[in-house]
Design a protein around this ligand. Structure first.
Ligand SMILES: C[S@@+](CC[C@H](N)C(=O)[O-])C[C@H]1O[C@@H](n2cnc3c(N)ncnc32)[C@H](O)[C@@H]1O
Length: 263
């Protein structure tokens, strides 16, 4: 089992309640994951989303993927997140987009979901479950609230190659990650929870290319705004973080896993 680091729910909430959330939005866009709306479409198409399905977005942040899915695929989305600032912004933006009848945001922990068994047709997640302190329990909760025959589809930051423990500790520290699953480890966790794996892709090359863009964003395009709004310490931190993750991704040590499963 992967070694776990001492980052708690509170550490993650502090990131997304504070400048971290704003910074991630500035760098990655309102959909806070690598690959933007195209990555969302790829997952949506792999899951066969169609109008009327009930989707649970686990760790929904600003709700931009939820709005994309509701608008483009006609699904009803419930977004679950435990960070107040993210929930407030998600609700405001969803109201402004006129999508309140399609999307609801619920405050809660992914490890103890406030939903009854067999509620959703689809469980959805994008690049957030790396923050969750117990992936086994998370997978069991996803399985519990999913209807029989329903599908799970998610992407996550994962370990994709050999990596020194010292580097891994620095990567986790930069993000407040308790641990990441390995690319293969996530498949085993899903199977132990009861899921049948339908697809698993190592998308590390594309993940690394996204970090090439984030490097330019942070070091050049956003530099004046970051310095003005957040100061030099946060700017230096962001530059260090982006370069460290970019190098590790190009060396195929860490990357993005893409998974589709069925209950
Ligand atoms: C990178 S953002 C998610 C991005 C979002 N999926 C998207 O694609 O736009 C991470 C989010 O996960 C939430 N989060 C992390 N751990 C959580 C948990 N155990 N329960 C609920 N939300 C959690 C954080 O509050 C934060 O809003």
């Amino acid at each position: 089992m992967a070694r776990r680091y001492d980052y708690t729910s509170k550490d993650v909430q502090d990131v997304y309640d504070g400048p971290g959330g704003l910074l991630w939005e500035a760098v990655m866009g309102e959909q806070i994951h690598s690959g933007g709306p195209e990555a969302t479409d790829r997952l949506a198409q792999a899951l066969g989303l169609k109008p009327g399905l009930q989707v649970l977005d686990v760790c929904s942040a600003l709700g931009a993927p939820a709005r994309h899915l509701a608008q483009k695929y006609g699904v009803k989305v419930t977004g679950l997140d435990f960070t107040r600032t993210m929930l407030e912004k998600a609700r405001e933006r969803t109201k402004a987009a006129g999508l309140e009848h399609m999307i609801t945001f619920v405050e809660g922990n992914a490890l103890d979901m406030p939903f009854k068994a067999n509620t959703f047709d689809v469980i959805w997640g994008q690049e957030a479950w790396c923050y969750v302190t117990d992936k086994e329990l998370l997978a069991r909760e996803c399985y519990r609230v999913l209807k029989p025959g329903g599908k799970i589809g998610f992407t996550d930051w994962v370990v994709t190659g050999d990596i020194e423990e010292g580097l891994l500790a620095k990567l986790y520290e930069s993000m407040a990650f308790p641990y990441m699953e390995t690319f293969k480890g996530w498949q085993e966790v899903l199977q132990r929870a009861g899921f049948k794996i339908l697809d698993a892709q190592d998308q590390t090359k594309e993940f690394a290319r996204c970090f090439d863009e984030y490097k330019v964003m942070v070091e050049e395009k956003l530099k004046p705004a970051i310095l003005e709004n957040f100061g030099k310490d946060l700017f230096d931190f962001a530059v260090g973080l982006v370069n460290m993750w970019r190098d590790a991704a190009h060396a195929h040590k860490v990357g993005r896993g893409f998974y589709i499963g069925e209950k």
